[in-house]
Design a protein. Sequence first.
Length: 277
Amino acid sequence: MTENCKTLSFEFFPPNTDSTMLTLIDLAKEFESIPAKYFSITFSGRGSAQKETFNTVESLSNSTKIPIAPTISGIGLDSDLVQNILSKYKEIGIKKILVFRGDLPPRSQKIGDFTYAVNLLDFIFEKFGNYFEIEVGAYPEMHPEAANSNEDIEYFCEKMSRDVKGAITQFFFKPEAYFDFIDKCANLGCTKPITPGVLPFSSKKELEIMSKKCGVELPKDLIEDINGYKDERDVKKFGEMYITSLVQELLDNGVPGIHFYTLNKLEPTKNIINLLN
């Protein structure tokens, strides 16, 4: 494992059954052998998913030695609910959270009290002061709903001007996208740590589903390379090597860490880490 990696972190999503919860706990324990800074847990504000998120945060907090950092997304939530969620996290000793705006709902559903992430940030600081260590989201290749890249970066830097510790990016596949984003932020005086997020993938279908869901454009050469393989085992191996190369270049250029979107799987993430110099 390369020595210039300052932090590794790993994202999990909440399971919806007791058996898959046990599987996730076992997975988290496997990742304990890696020098992880924290495990993040994705968030859904819809119905029973809120309970699943909290149960996952609490279960992993009680089952692993790695700090847990739940995500909270403001879209669709009112201020009372946010205060209730965060108060419960505080009660069980959660100190770090990831704060995002979240996906816009269908027109028939309410946006809630927090139209933008910065509104949610201001509310959290008002109600909880500096109790939570907060990181926000970043989009190196521009947020899918942004009018243009300059506007997107200006808004991102406004979020970073709050008392947050840094940011984690959406996954991407070209390192130059990240470094160009960092340079543009620095030009606006935004110099807090921005940790690149990466998506290990095992199949073409998995890659296409996640990219579409997250609004990430797949590079033409990546698609062409994958289409050259007929066997899914070869695609998996190619994916491991592709993401390993991406992560290695990021680390070699001094990024503050790497955030892995694991899709609740040990492989290929652990294989990629083992391949790093």
